[in-house]
Design a binder for this molecule. Sequence first.
Ligand SMILES: Nc1nc2c(ncn2[C@@H]2O[C@H](COP(=O)(O)OP(=O)(O)OP(=O)(O)O)[C@@H](O)[C@H]2O)c(=O)[nH]1
Length: 492
Amino acid sequence: MLPVDRLATLARSDGITELESALLPLMRMLAELDEPGETEKAEVDRLLPLVFAVVREVCSEDYEKRNAPEVEDAVPQIVMLSPECESLSDLLLQMEHYGYAFKVFADYRQGLRYALDNSVVAVVVSLSDGFSADIRTVVDELRRHGRKWFVLSDRGDFSLRLQAVRMGALGFFIAPLNVGVLVDAVDPLAYKARDEPYRVLVLDDSVTVLAAIRKTLGQFPNLNTQVLRDPALVLEKLLDFTPDVLLLDFHMDGCNGLEVAKIIRQNRAFESMPIVFLTSETREDVQLEAMRHGGDDFLTKPISEAQLVNTVISKAERYRGLRKLMVEDSLTGLFNHVKTKALLQQSLLLAERQKRPVCYAILDIDHFKRVNDNYGHTVGDKVIKTLARLLKQKVRRSDVVGRYGGEEFVIVMFDSTPADAKARVDRMREAFGDIYHAYDEGIFSVSFSAGVAHFPAYGTMMELMVAADDALYEAKRAGRNRVVCAQRSVAV
Ligand SMILES: Nc1nc2c(ncn2[C@@H]2O[C@H](COP(=O)(O)OP(=O)(O)OP(=O)(O)O)[C@@H](O)[C@H]2O)c(=O)[nH]1
């Protein structure tokens, strides 16, 4: 095997698709050669810099960071300074179910030291008698060290609220502290939206153009740029990289950008992905024709850096916004039905390729009609939102969690065995059952039932979904508040 072929095989097995794509033209050329002549040597000289550029990118720290395996986030911590430790044990348990570690200190100085020495999301300071001198010192220190803090008080008069605001309190709770209110206040601090860089794919057969665009866009940490020279690999690359914008050369060897755009648009998944043509074409009729066939914009070569960056960011931003609206369920912010199914399909394709297991769970809140009938639709909606938040906090980053409709949710767990999936969904079920939901006159709790099915034991998406549904039905029939696994095992 030639060294270049070996390198490509390694790149493929390690999932470094950029390197594999960069090596392909070189391998094709070498495969056809007996004796390299001057033209071939010149071609090798032309292709090698691209390979080296990819190797440099792959070896960079940034690439490692982007491709690093997932690390589970640490459990976010809330510190409570309150003389009434015992009465807070229930709140402590409830906060744990919402995914928080909750520490209570009766000794305010000790609590302060803990909050300063550890990474805490927020501190709740209980005032039994307004802001005493001691409490003032404590909150001054919290403020000086940039810790976020809230007041908990049994009175909420204007003058006390004013003092709290002046001392930098982020919020004011009236005792007894309602867990839902506390979670609503601290969630945005603990789970700041992760701003993933926009993904930009550039398809151009000129190494010089690719290198120049990569260099310009590479200066922006909010852009993750990958390049491709071979149009034949574009669909695979789009599936793999799912770019937010594609920069597409208008004139390439063997085919033109318009034809590539038409092929891309024939795939539903890429119907609305922005395509920006890179061209030296200035004729209006050609540009209009290209727009008619799915182009969104033109960048005329030579492209100014400012114009390139502005166009890429504005197109990617709009597409992300649009996609968010299209894929999210409006009540819970989870993936909606259509998107969840698409992601399940994607996970199964990947699992098949990589010979890895996937578990699919379907969850349904028990006797939810009664919740609506007894406490009202608004309270019912809150219960749905609470379960959504709990699931979001309990799943791994690689899992997919979606609202399938009504009071039904699904979780797709990649690389998960049935026993592992069942145990995890069971923990979610227990946590959900322990949560108190509030209505006008008191509190109540609810449970959910779930069915879990395993791929490849159930080898198609339809089989998997039907098996999980049947298992859910079985869980309901057996008395609810339980998780049932579909029983078929993998043939060895
Ligand atoms: N509040 C609220 N209720 C909803 C929503 N979507 C569906 N529902 C209600 O959810 C209830 C589902 O009830 P059923 O499917 O009969 O089942 P169930 O009462 O949950 O009983 P089991 O599933 O057999 O345990 C219906 O009353 C729907 O009106 C929603 O978005 N908000």
